[in-house]
Design a protein around this ligand. Structure first.
Ligand code: A2P
Length: 408
């Protein structure tokens, strides 16, 4: 008896599940090789560009990005095919039962799983986060409880504190989680607008404790990253909401950018602009528990153009000095030298080094993408000055769920 066997080289193709994807653009923003793109319908991965770095996997709020099919390497799913999908195709027979994962992919996957290659972990003592309770098909309907401008009247940016009330609907969130907002209407191609993600700015027991509400910090987008005038669909929708309006909300999302729960744990927080939302949530959580004297320290580095542009400036300054160590960096004060958060991190290198080295300290960075490299460089300098090695410390912090980054 003879058998004929066709040998095909198998590729484990990286795909995005269109049924779960909420079109938040996180993967496209994260991908360092520009392999992810989208049209009005789907987000897709170009097999010719994806190098399996896995950078996109952990930031995805739904897990839609973590989809794979084993295919004939010579015939991967094309971009045109992926753009036409409503759901992922079934696994084809090409590899039925095969374990043929290319060596390079297998290596990268295992490194990522170990938490050293871009995967993120929550602090060991974080509370259990609920995710994906409300989907695009079944969003929660929140009512606007208030919409207050946070930036000064003469500030160039319009940043707002928006309170959403959930009434009888359970919408449990933890500090550091995000929710998705579904703007009403359709885009230029006639399809519903994509969901937009916002960090929750209030602690887990609500903007007002036991009122089943939460708050967001939203900046009205009037220009793109290059300074060209644009009108942000979701941010303008949110900033224009009036008390009593209804809003469709999905989520919550996020299972790693969470705060530690154990007594004695410290928070080292670095943010710019609306990146202050999760820092406000965590700070407020700790403030409400001051009387419990659980210990631990809070240190905050916060960057804004001028004081009038800094969300929560007034309330921040009223916090007791022995509760939180606040360091404000202003970049555009007339007659003063430009300051960024990383400059202040260097200025406070002794305290920062002590916190970085402390096993119960968690680091949180949220805000402009541009500050990511600058802050890492500042931490590297701090370590150098204090006989620590950042290249060793950073992977350890990540693996221990003590380094949390969210930039946009
Ligand atoms: P800049 O005055 O140079 O824009 P924004 O108001 O645009 O949200 O920015 C918040 C703050 O973050 C501003 O002070 C801004 O300074 C500052 N910033 C801009 N780029 C960086 C960067 N690469 N690292 C740290 N801070 C930055």
């Amino acid at each position: 008896m003879s058998t004929s066997q066709v040998s095909v080289e198998v590729l484990r193709q990286h795909l995005i599940d269109p049924e779960i994807c909420i079109r938040c653009n996180t993967c496209e923003e994260t991908c360092p090789s520009d392999a992810v793109s989208h049209d009005a319908r789907n987000y897709v991965v170009d097999p010719a560009k994806c190098n399996f770095c896995n950078d996109c996997i952990s930031p995805c709020p739904t897990g839609a990005i973590d989809s794979w099919r084993q295919v004939d390497k010579a015939k991967p799913y094309t971009l045109a095919e992926q753009l036409g999908w409503d759901s992922l195709p079934a696994q084809s027979d090409v590899d039925a039962g095969a374990e043929e994962i290319p060596t390079e992919v297998a290596r990268i996957t295992s490194v990522a799983t170990a938490g050293l290659g871009g995967d993120a972990f929550p602090p060991w003592s974080a509370a259990h986060p609920y995710v994906n309770l409300y989907s695009l098909d079944k969003p929660a309907i929140a009512t606007v409880g208030g919409n207050f401008r946070l930036t000064a009247d003469d500030a160039s940016s319009d940043v707002r504190h928006i309170v959403l009330e959930f009434g009888g609907a359970a919408f449990p969130v933890l500090e550091g989680q995000t929710i998705g907002i579904l703007p009403p209407g359709v885009d230029a191609t006639g399809r519903p607008h994509h969901v937009r993600l916002y960090s929750v700015a209030s602690p887990r027991d609500g903007e007002r404790p036991r009122y089943n509400n939460l708050s967001l910090t939203v900046k009205r987008v009037t220009e793109d990253h290059e300074g060209r005038p644009v009108s942000g669909v979701a941010s303008n929708y949110l900033c224009d909401l009036a008390k009593g309006d209804s809003v469709r909300v999905v989520g919550p999302y996020g299972a790693t950018f969470l705060m530690p729960n154990h007594p004695g744990s410290s928070l080292l927080m670095v943010c710019t602009g609306t990146g202050s939302a999760p820092m406000r949530a965590m700070t407020e959580r700790r403030r409400r528990r001051i009387a419990l004297q659980e210990g631990g320290e809070l240190m905050l580095f916060f960057g804004a153009r001028v004081a009038g542009e800094l969300p929560y400036f007034g309330p921040l300054l009223k916090l007791p000095k022995d509760f939180i160590d606040i360091n404000l960096a202003f970049s555009r004060v007339p007659g003063k030298q430009k300051q960024y958060v990383q400059d202040l991190i260097r200025d406070r290198s002794e305290e920062v080094a002590r916190l970085l080295a402390h096993k119960s300290c968690n680091v949180y960075i949220c805000g402009l993408k541009g500050m990511e490299a600058g802050v890492a460089e500042a931490f590297r300098d701090v370590c150098r000055r204090h006989e620590m090695d950042w290249e060793t410390l950073l992977p350890a912090l990540r693996a221990e769920g003590r380094y949390h980054l969210e930039t946009y």
